[in-house]
Design a protein around this ligand. Structure first.
Ligand SMILES: Nc1nc2c(ncn2[C@@H]2O[C@H](COP(=O)(O)OP(=O)(O)O)[C@@H](O)[C@H]2O)c(=O)[nH]1
Ligand SMILES: [Mg+2]
Length: 359
């Protein structure tokens, strides 16, 4: 899973990137032009517990990759953050994290309205998608003049026309009503306004409680756009994360946060993407995997390995809590807690799956 950081210049993307990946901010980094990627682990104590029970050689958490995008050229136009972000590889990401600037109010002439800023940036995503979409429509039109379109091309044309109307009305593609097949087709274009969007209101220590307190209202205004916002102070949390572990808790409770930003962002991203996790465990490895809510045993098999999906026979399923209580597979078997499930079984959070397959 990878998430692209976008937002205007100096909104705190790079600061946030280092906070989320647990890497140090280097000197003068705000002026550097390169894209950077970093990986973070989704902390999951269940994986260690399973590794202990099964004596696995390896314990592997879910990983998330963040992509930081370069800053603007000096004197660049308003849309530069955006072309820089596209160049930076955000087209191929699964979701976007939009960093909105809500610190340094004293230097600003007007009071900050993060929702207005977030929606302004969304407009850029919408415009960029419209350009890509219209190019594709033109190409289909040209083709149509030479030879009749295939059925698939016709349905593509129809979806693109609807998409064009939707975008022209200023609406992001993520709010468009689509059937599963249509959605898949649209995904192929890697449209930016179609990606799930988490907004991060990056604020100062002084303003943090203000934004935390008004988050509900802000989210009410963002909800029609299917955007979810959280508030944090990237700089401050970066400083806290750099403290010795035993001092962190006290500082965090000082600013009124109970969990580190890294974990709050991961949690919000999982929720936004509609993800949950399932587990696998054997002597080699105990591991957590992300899966969309509603995903089946066959989907889970495909996530672990395509071969498992191809030769799928059945899944043996046991909830994590039962597995731990019984101390492993033998105990679960003895009590009949190990269920045999078919391809269509809908995976639940914390299910431990053992996929039986042929070949
Ligand atoms: N006061 C304050 N400054 C911040 C915060 N986040 C970032 N900054 C500063 O804003 C400047 C731009 O940050 P940077 O992360 O490079 O922004 P980017 O251009 O979006 O990558 C840097 O000088 C940061 O130290 C914050 O939460 N509070
Ligand atoms: Mg930067």
């Amino acid at each position: 899973m990878n998430i692209g950081l976008i937002g205007p210049a100096r909104s705190g993307k790079t600061t946030t990137f280092h906070l989320l990946t647990g890497t140090p901010l280097r000197a003068h980094e705000e002026f550097k032009r390169e894209v950077q990627q970093g990986v973070t682990h989704v902390p999951d104590p269940r994986v260690d517990k399973l590794a202990e029970i099964m004596r696995s050689k390896k314990a592997t958490c879910v990983t998330v990759e963040y992509v930081d995008t370069p800053p603007l050229e000096a004197g660049g136009s308003k849309s530069d953050w955006f072309s820089a972000a596209v160049e930076g590889g955000i087209k191929t990401t699964d979701a976007l994290l939009l960093v909105a600037r809500a610190f340094g109010q004293e230097e600003m002439t007007a009071p900050v309205d993060p929702v207005r800023d977030i929606l302004m940036m969304q407009e850029e995503l919408v415009l960029a998608d419209l350009i890509v979409l219209e190019k594709r429509m033109e190409r289909l039109d040209k083709q149509h003049r030479v030879k009749p379109l295939t059925l698939e091309e016709k349905s593509e044309q129809e979806i693109l026309a609807r998409g064009s109307q939707h975008l022209s009305a200023g609406q992001p593609l993520r709010t468009m009503a689509l059937e599963a097949g249509e959605k898949r087709m649209l995904r192929g274009f890697q449209f930016l306004s179609e990606k799930p969007l988490l907004a991060l209101i990056n604020t100062s220590e002084e303003m943090l409680s203000h934004f935390e307190g008004t988050l509900h209202e802000l989210n009410d205004r963002l909800q029609p756009h299917r955007i979810h916002a959280i508030a944090l102070s990237a700089k401050l949390e970066g400083e806290i994360a750099a403290l010795p572990p035993e001092e962190r808790a006290a500082f965090m409770s000082d600013i009124g946060v109970s969990e580190p930003a890294r974990e709050r962002v991961l949690q919000a991203s999982f929720e936004l993407l509609g993800l949950q996790s399932f587990l696998t465990t054997n002597e080699k490895e105990s591991r957590a995997w992300p899966i969309e809510k509603g995903g089946t045993a066959l989907d889970a098999a495909a996530i672990v390995h395509t071969d498992l999906a191809r030769g799928f026979i059945r899944a043996e399923v046991v909830p994590y809590a039962d597995f731990v209580r019984e101390g492993g597979y033998p105990g679960c078997k003895a009590k009949g807690l190990l269920r045999l499930e078919g391809k269509e079984y809908v995976v639940k959070e914390g299910d431990i799956l053992l996929i039986r397959h042929s070949g």
